[in-house]
Ligand binder design. Structure first.
Ligand code: GTP
Ligand code: MG
Length: 293
């Protein structure tokens, strides 16, 4: 059989389960998943390798109307992903009733085929699902409509097979051992952000950015220094918590997950710094790596 390979953009509004789906297709916890919207901030490539094909998925930030320059950069990441794609996988939730203007606009400008994935079908009955399939077919007429439940792992393999059917004949783009284009430092910052999203409420997670400033590998232990940037002084106090208890818990939660990732003991040092309005500060966003994708 001819080898197939190609790039697949995973897009959709925030919180529909794009990252969960990617992880289930890969069989790895690659991209961060939380119940909160705007969990994913960067384009993350996840590579699915098979002797007969290589699918290079790009998980992307949920599409929305930007409120900060940060969001604008996130939407740039979506758009640059669409430029490279051989196939677009638009993810909607079972109860979604319409496309947002921002999503519709991007679909309109597509020059490659797209398929529609209806996720979270575990939250509905068969009749609702059948109605949804008809609704989306009439509205968008995608190349295929695949109902799935990422969390229940329902219909994931047929989804992968459908994607493969769209890929061009091509040799692999990446080493067949690779599963991502991102390095350990990136995943360390993502794990800390995940724990911030889970441990803190309201605006706090959205006001934080995490940077690895030092990573030393010793034979028995990896020593990692990170800085967490917040928007305002008051948020720093919340992040630290009473007698530093909140940040201590954050550090412990993150350390445990990083230890699983690198399979080694970790010493994790977290420092909180204030960079006022970093989400609207071009230079700061540049330093945080938002212009590299
Ligand atoms: N019931 C149900 N929940 C799901 C399913 N797939 C994902 N979720 C949940 O939906 C929430 C959002 O999942 P994510 O994968 O982070 O969503 P996302 O689209 O990547 O979100 P952003 O990165 O914020 O755009 C999490 O709480 C998931 O557990 C599913 O098939 N069924
Ligand atoms: Mg995501």
């Amino acid at each position: 059989m001819t080898h197939k390979a190609g790039f697949v953009a995973i897009i959709g509004k925030p919180n529909v389960g794009k990252s969960t789906l990617l992880n289930k297709m890969l069989g790895e916890q690659l991209s961060v998943v939380t119940p909160k919207a705007q969990t994913t901030r960067h384009r993350i490539k996840g590579i699915l390798n098979d002797p007969e094909y290589q699918i290079v998925f790009s998980d992307t930030p949920g599409i929305m109307q930007p409120a900060y320059k940060l969001h604008k950069k996130m939407m740039d990441a979506v758009d640059s992903t669409l430029v490279d794609a051989d196939l677009v996988m638009l993810v909607v939730e079972i109860h979604e009733r319409a496309l947002s203007e921002e999503v519709a606009e991007r679909l309109k400008n597509l020059v490659v085929p797209f398929i529609l994935v209806i996720n979270k079908v575990d939250l509905a009955d068969q009749e609702t699902l059948e109605q949804k399939v008809i609704f989306w077919k009439e509205l968008l007429n995608p190349g295929a409509i695949i109902p799935v439940s990422a969390t229940e792992k329902f219909n994931i393999q047929p989804l992968v097979q459908t994607i493969v059917s769209y890929l061009p004949a091509s040799p692999a783009f990446f080493d067949k051992e690779d599963i991502s284009d991102r390095n350990v430092r990136f995943f360390v910052t993502e794990i800390i952000r995940e724990k911030i999203l889970v441990n803190y409420q309201k605006e706090i997670p959205y006001s934080c950015e995490v940077v690895v400033t030092d990573y030393k590998e010793e034979p028995e232990i990896h020593r990692i220094r990170c800085e967490i940037y917040v928007d305002r002084e008051s948020q720093k106090a919340i992040l630290l918590g009473h007698k530093g208890e909140a940040i201590k818990k954050l550090g412990t939660d993150a350390r445990k997950k990083i230890e699983k990732l690198v399979d080694c003991h970790i010493y994790l040092e977290l420092t909180v710094k204030v960079r006022e309005n970093w989400r609207d500060d071009e230079k700061q966003l540049d330093k945080f790596g938002y212009n590299e994708e």
